[in-house]
Design a protein around this ligand. Structure first.
Ligand code: GLY
Ligand code: MN
Ligand code: MN
Length: 442
């Protein structure tokens, strides 16, 4: 039997979390001039011209309040100085099992009205009071006409609130990491046994007690050259004749919060194994630097310097480090960002705005960077440097004058292994960094 880890100290941490959200949301509502906030969990939509519904996932602003990522058609109402009210829709439907029913540890903080149809709460939308509604416009049409739908300033404030995590949110992400670690261990063992991508994927799910529908994102399960495809999306059913390398980016969910972990394994190449060790060392150094006051753009630049050092020390590129950086050579091997905020969304909100909501676009040379802020204690983010051998990018490098300083024989020998990425989830603290992924695990 799989025992799924649960958040520790659940009742206390969740109670404090809701209290904190209430206090901050009341403040945001007062500043924006609203009497109440309505958060919709979303509707389940069938595919075009089909009666098949893809797996439902509730809207993130709703999940930030309630551990109900699978409950569609619910509405949460927040009014200053009142107990939040949840219209919990549990359809009377013999085709499907009902979604999550109330459990005391979370339900005690809400006034709950169980309804079988959203029509039961729709009249509240007609109330003539200053209302902000956070919802997908497609789900409401004229129904929400008395409310302000997704007002920008309030939405920015709610997003900002999610950038500094409460202890509850951190505990959920920590627990999601514990769940994902069990999956990664099983996946590593399946690779060692020569399993196919699909078999490894299934071994991961079984060990993590997850179903693909409940994962926070589609896992990347890649063997050999597939490791060079940044978001490789398939899982071949048959094992390759020669299973050399394995990159897995797979997470887990706890109460709507995500873990996001990547590991790279190799069977028996000394050269590629050395590169994995070097990248692991770099990743750990960077993860240890996620402290309050540091600029994530600077940390991303440090990651490029680290990749340049790995390329030079492994004799793949013979240029001086500064010259390599100046020429942008590292972007051929590390074309993505160092990481992103993590929470109820895997790529969590507000990574590219300042706390006052003003835009913080990524530097021209690093357009893929999803996080451009100065770090604050309580931020949770990923640290995921990579070193890839991507044929199309290598071909471009081959066409430049720098080509002569690249050891193409070494590159050609490493390309069949695809690439390396190592990714952990880290909490920013005032004077330290708390690596949630490596707690008793490497
Ligand atoms: N798993 C998605 C990412 O690492 O950004
Ligand atoms: Mn990530
Ligand atoms: Mn990832």
């Amino acid at each position: 039997m799989i025992e799924i880890p649960q958040p520790r100290n659940r009742e206390t941490l969740y109670r404090r979390h809701v209290g904190h959200l209430l206090e901050c949301t009341e403040d945001l509502l007062a500043r924006a001039g609203y009497d109440r906030l309505l958060l919709h969990s979303g509707c389940s939509h069938a595919r075009f011209q089909d009666d098949y519904h893809p797996p439902f996932r509730a809207h993130p602003h709703f999940v930030a309040w309630l551990p109900l990522p699978r409950n569609a058609d619910c509405l949460l109402e927040i009014r200053p100085a009142a107990r939040p009210k949840l219209w919990l829709t549990l359809p009377d439907d013999f085709w499907h099992a009902p979604p999550e029913s109330p459990a005391a540890w979370w339900a005690d903080h809400f006034e709950i009205e169980i309804v079988t149809d959203p029509a039961a709460w729709q009249p509240t939308l007609e109330e003539a009071t200053a209302t902000a509604l956070i919802a997908d416009p497609v789900d409401f049409g004229t129904l929400g006409r008395h409310a302000d739908l997704n007002p920008a300033a309030l939405l920015a404030g709610l997003d900002e609130l999610r950038t500094v995590k409460t202890d509850w949110q951190i505990e959920c992400i920590r627990t999601a990491n514990r769940i994902a670690r069990a999956g990664h261990d099983a996946a590593g063992a399946a690779f060692a046994d020569g399993a196919s991508e699909l078999e490894i994927h299934l071994a991961y799910l079984a060990a993590a007690g997850h179903d693909p529908d409940t994962l926070p994102y589609n896992s990347i399960v890649a063997l050999n050259e597939h490791c060079a495809v940044l978001h490789y999306q398939y899982r071949e059913a048959a094992p390759p004749g020669d299973s050399r390398s394995f990159l897995i980016d797979a997470g887990a969910d706890c109460c709507g919060y995500a873990a996001d972990i990547t590991r790279t394994h190799v069977r028996d190449s000394a050269g590629f194994a050395d590169l994995i060790d070097a990248m692991n060392g770099l990743q750990q150094r960077l993860a240890g630097r996620m402290q309050e006051g540091r600029s994530y753009v600077d940390l991303h630049t440090e990651a490029h310097r680290g990749v340049a050092e790995v390329l030079r020390s492994s004799s793949i590129v013979s240029m001086e480090i500064d010259a390599m950086l100046e020429a942008g050579v590292t972007s051929t091997f590390f074309p993505h960002g160092l990481g992103h905020f993590l929470g109820v969304q895997v790529h969590d909100v507000a990574g590219r705005v300042a706390p006052d909501g003003s835009p913080l676009p990524p530097p021209d040379r690093h357009p893929m960077l999803r996080l451009t802020r100065v770090l604050e204690a309580g931020n949770v983010l990923t640290v995921e440097p990579g070193l890839y051998f991507i044929p199309s990018l290598l071909e471009k490098l081959r066409q430049t004058p720098i080509s002569g300083q690249v050891d193409w024989k070494a590159v050609d020998a490493l390309a069949p292994y695809g690439g390396i990425r190592i990714e952990d989830d880290v909490v920013v603290r005032r004077d330290s960094a708390d690596n949630l992924t490596r707690e008793g695990w490497s």
